[in-house]
Design a protein around this ligand. Structure first.
Ligand code: MG
Length: 156
């Protein structure tokens, strides 16, 4: 068994046309997050957790944000690739648990869709929970969104 954790944070984009994508799900009518890829903090935290569990470094090492290839990248695709890399090391996912910290928008109506999407990618049960920063700090001022993820892997 191997355990891994990941954290990711993105600030909201100034671009009003950028979609908000979390856990591979588009949150309708919400301001998007800024970043080189689609800025899906849930996929990024989960990807870092999987990479950490198998000792393969971090997402930036494999998909550098200085590389134009990854500009606007679909992060579900990055997560899919990371899961494949873990399998190549002989490890498959057992389960994962994600907590999204966002004071805005309200994510409860979307968590089940994120769970379904991520469970399909990992091939193992994924939990997605949403919480608020209760007005404290940058997250509490709704300047961005963070996600913390933990994953358990087993030798195949
Ligand atoms: Mg990120």
């Amino acid at each position: 068994m191997r355990i891994g954790q990941g954290i990711d944070i993105h600030r909201f984009s100034e671009d009003p046309h950028r979609p908000l994508v979390l856990g591979g799900v588009v949150i309708e009518g919400a301001r998007g997050l800024g970043g080189h890829s689609d800025a899906d903090a849930v996929c990024h935290a989960l990807s870092d957790a999987v990479l950490g569990a198998v000792g393969l470094g971090d997402l930036g090492r494999h998909f550098p944000d200085t590389d134009p290839v990854w500009e606007g990248a679909n992060s579900v695709g990055l997560l899919t690739e990371v899961v494949r890399m873990a399998r190549e090391q002989g490890f498959g996912c057992v389960n994962a648990d994600c907590t999204v910290v966002a004071d805005a928008p309200r994510l409860a109506p979307y968590t089940q869709a994120m769970i379904d999407r991520l469970t399909a990618v990992l091939g193992a049960p994924v939990s997605v929970k949403a919480t608020r920063a209760e007005g404290l700090g940058a997250l509490g001022r709704a300047e961005g969104i963070a996600c913390i993820a933990i994953v358990l892997l087993e030798q195949l």
